[in-house]
Design a protein around this ligand. Structure first.
Ligand SMILES: Cc1cc2nc3c(=O)[nH]c(=O)nc-3n(C[C@H](O)[C@H](O)[C@H](O)COP(=O)(O)OP(=O)(O)OC[C@H]3O[C@@H](n4cnc5c(N)ncnc54)[C@H](O)[C@@H]3O)c2cc1C
Length: 398
């Protein structure tokens, strides 16, 4: 949005404060949840800066809303386990319905190697308190009536997984954070960050400057750009992801689990009266392109037709494209670089930002206020791990 238009829209608003205890850059689900979490710990004056006219208009608005505990890495499982507990209580505690549908997630393995990997992941999930289980191809078909299972060696299922409405979660956090005095300054673009020595001292915006001793970079796909302003090299890149929605089409009288074909990465779930289908284009380079590419649809349909032959009868009604913020090991970046100790990253969620937001907000708050996270040990997610070559591994990525 042009700077003069932003200024026009802010007429009548209170001026940018001279200082704040914490400045959060980005008003998506991560910035909003971090703001709420810090306010609950009475972290002082908290200002959230968001370039769009409204909060929640970045990647959060384009998410499939899937939430799952079925990961292969311990820290991802624990982040989800914590977050799904929060989402189960969210409407009651935050006074905001989030449409949490526990439709389950189902991973399908059609090779021996993927079946073995699924078995190992489920064993780890069970050890960490997740009720996932290995099911047969026939049982998979009980969840999805028209599923082609002749090539399925094993499947994994977890009933507590499902999907939520990310926009409602984001707004729930924004509202409750506002109730506690957090200032959300929309139509405000961050254009620079002041640094003295190794510390950030303030944030420059289209609406003036705000001095601070604590900055949280929660800019989703723009994590790296904001990092550059603070003089750090953030190892995350934006990648386009597309989803298509069929017209009315039913695979089951019940909710269809979010089902993932592990071999191809093709996935689908219920969406309204139709089906949501998606598949990452692994060959596409990093970019900020969010144009929906209808030419890619035939590739997705090819995989869809293999797995659900009756999709042949379905019309594709619409679709959308958004950005993942991806790190080299598909794990989040939580914490600060030692050379910029008061500039915290909360990003790089690699397609898991909705399902990990509550846990991320909790641990970033603890890192900022207590120096170390105590609810979950997230030292493995330190941003330094990438340049130090301590990459994690996650196989359940879509
Ligand atoms: C197609 C698709 C499907 C997905 N499906 C899932 C899913 O099923 N489950 C799941 O958990 N996740 C999913 N994700 C990922 C999820 O949407 C993201 O991980 C999550 O929304 C990240 O939230 P965020 O707050 O970090 O980023 P964003 O929502 O992008 O928020 C960042 C904010 O920063 C603002 N900003 C950027 N630059 C500036 C600046 N210079 N100044 C001020 N503000 C700025 C942006 O406007 C934006 O509002 C999906 C993503 C896509 C695209």
């Amino acid at each position: 949005m042009p700077a003069n238009l932003q200024q026009e829209m802010r007429r009548g608003e209170a001026p940018m404060p001279e200082t704040a205890d914490v400045v959060i850059i980005g008003g998506g689900i991560i910035g909003a949840s971090v703001a709420w979490s810090l306010a609950r710990r009475q972290a002082g004056r908290i200002v959230v800066l968001e370039k769009e006219k409204h909060t929640g208009r970045g990647s959060t608005a384009y998410s499939a809303g899937g939430v799952r505990e079925q990961f292969s890495s311990e820290i991802n499982i624990l982040m989800s386990h914590y977050s799904l507990d929060v989402y189960a209580r969210f409407s009651r505690e935050m006074d905001q319905d989030i449409d949490y549908k526990q439709a389950g997630y189902m991973f399908l393995a059609s090779t021996k190697a993927t079946a073995q990997a699924l078995i190992q992941s489920v064993a780890l999930q069970n050890r960490l308190g997740v009720d996932s289980c290995i099911i047969t191809a026939a049982q998979a078909r009980e969840h999805v009536r028209d599923l082609f299972v002749d090539d399925i060696q094993a499947a994994a299922y977890n009933a507590r997984d499902g999907y939520v409405d990310p926009a409602s979660i984001c707004q729930g956090y924004v509202q409750r954070a506002r109730d506690m005095g957090v200032e959300f300054r929309t139509s405000t673009t961050v254009t620079g960050i002041n640094v003295q020595g190794d510390r950030v001292t303030g944030v420059i915006t289209s609406d003036g400057q705000v001095g601070t001793d604590t900055v949280v970079n929660a800019c989703g796909p723009y994590l790296r750009e904001i990092g550059e302003m603070a003089g750090v090299d953030v190892p995350a890149r934006p990648y386009r992801r597309m989803l298509f929605i069929t017209e009315e089409f039913s695979l089951s009288p019940n909710l269809v689990p979010l089902t993932i074909d592990m071999t191809t990465g093709f996935y689908f779930r219920d969406e309204g009266r139709g089906l949501m289908i998606g598949l990452a284009n692994a060959a596409e380079p990093s970019s900020f392109n969010t144009t929906l590419d209808w030419d890619y649809l035939p590739t997705i349909l090819e995989h869809a037709l293999h797995r659900i032959p009756t999709v042949e009868d379905a019309e594709i009604g619409k679709g959308w494209a958004g950005l993942y913020d991806i790190t080299p090991d598909h794990h989040a970046l939580l914490g600060a670089f030692p050379e910029r100790p008061n500039f915290y990253l909360a990003g790089g969620f690699s397609g898991h930002g909705v399902m990990h937001a509550p846990a991320a907000a909790c641990v970033i708050t603890e890192i900022i206020l207590d120096g170390v996270a105590s609810t979950l040990d997230v030292t493995s997610l330190a941003p330094t791990r990438v340049r130090e070559g301590r990459l994690l591994h996650e196989q359940n990525v879509i």
